[in-house]
Design a binder for this molecule. Structure first.
Ligand code: FES
Length: 72
């Protein structure tokens, strides 16, 4: 879905930018140009960035220990 109509940026592009190393709204803004004109997309873009970072952290945390590892 299009998040930023001014720049033609989709939610998929934002998620991909985060997965490629952007770790803040500022990084994504500089990389994709999102929210650089009217700014109406900023809130949704931030939400998507936050969700994606949380997903990445959850995924990485679950990969940090082998499946059979348990904290006793
Ligand atoms: S909709 Fe993103 S800057 Fe206007």
């Amino acid at each position: 879905m299009y998040v930023c109509l001014c720049q033609g940026v989709t939610d998929g592009q934002i998620r991909e930018a985060v997965m490629d190393g952007c770790c803040s709204f500022r990084d994504v803004r500089e990389t994709l140009g999102v929210a650089k004109q009217c700014g109406k997309c900023a809130c949704l873009a931030k939400e998507i960035i936050r969700e994606t970072i949380t997903e990445l952290q959850t995924t990485q945390a679950s990969l940090a220990y082998p499946a059979e590892y348990s904290v006793a």
